[in-house]
Design a binder for this molecule. Structure first.
Ligand code: AMP
Ligand code: ZN
Length: 114
């Protein structure tokens, strides 16, 4: 999608601080980190929200979590723990409409989240 921030990061039109990449997935540092570790994992293909996922995306969604685990391990926070969050639509706080898995670590996480 031409007018999508994360599509532009996938195509390198906008520079991302990339921490992981494979054929289907890109992970990069969040520009406004909410924890000492905060990166985002996105599919390279544009999908606006969780509501737009189909059965054909089952493998792709799994790859988002496998990438999260890989990067968390590389950054040394996997054993200590980390939180994954994917917001869906405005009420949940989604502001970029290209699905992304937040991965946060390095501080205690509160529950329930705000
Ligand atoms: P959400 O509010 O769940 O849609 O999350 C969007 C996330 O994208 C926020 O955590 C932002 O800080 C992050 N973000 C926005 N613009 C950029 C950017 N140019 N590079 C990296 N992260 C970004
Ligand atoms: Zn996009």
């Amino acid at each position: 999608m031409t007018d999508c921030l994360f599509c532009k990061m996938v195509s390198a039109e906008i520079k991302a601080d990339v921490v992981y990449e494979n054929d289907n997935v890109l992970a990069f540092q969040d520009i406004n980190p909410q924890a000492p570790v905060h990166f985002l994992v996105v599919p390279k293909r544009h999908i606006s929200t969780i509501n737009d996922l189909t059965d054909a995306d089952t493998e792709l969604v799994g790859q988002l979590f496998l990438a999260a685990k890989e990067v968390a391990t590389k950054l040394g926070v996997a054993e200590e723990g980390y939180r994954t969050v994917m917001n869906c639509n405005a009420l949940a706080g989604q502001s970029v409409f290209h699905i992304h898995l937040h991965v946060l670590a390095g501080r205690p996480m509160l529950w329930p989240p705000g």
